[in-house]
Design a protein. Structure first.
Length: 111
């Protein structure tokens, strides 16, 4: 396992594009992963997911709506949301402009 990983500004890492979404894997270890996610307007992860662990999301651009169980959080640039991953959750961009957020998952479970 690496002791550290540096990603310089503009440096490309593993990226997936699908259905108006871009997921860029920033790092992944045995304990956590960091992903930069960009959502086109009115797109997201509509299916409710549930898995082991916990997640932290920080909105970098636009607005992102997180549904955690029965609660809905509308987060804007600079807002941070943490939640347990074993509660059903869904994520979407409800706006008419692009949105981006950084998500940290522990343990790794997305890419």
């Amino acid at each position: 396992m690496l002791n550290a990983k540096f990603i310089g500004k503009g440096q490309k890492t593993q990226t997936k594009n699908f259905d108006g979404k871009t997921l860029q894997l920033l790092f992944k270890s045995g304990l956590m992963e960091g992903i930069l996610i960009e959502l086109n307007p009115m797109t997201g992860f509509d299916k409710k997911y549930k898995h082991k662990g916990e997640e932290m999301h920080m909105v970098i651009e636009g607005e992102v709506e997180f549904t955690i169980g029965e609660d809905i959080y509308l987060c804007r640039e600079g807002d941070i949301l943490w939640h347990r991953s074993d509660i059903e959750h869904a994520i979407k961009n409800p706006g008419m402009s692009r949105a981006a957020y950084l998500t940290i998952l522990s343990p790794p479970s997305m890419i």
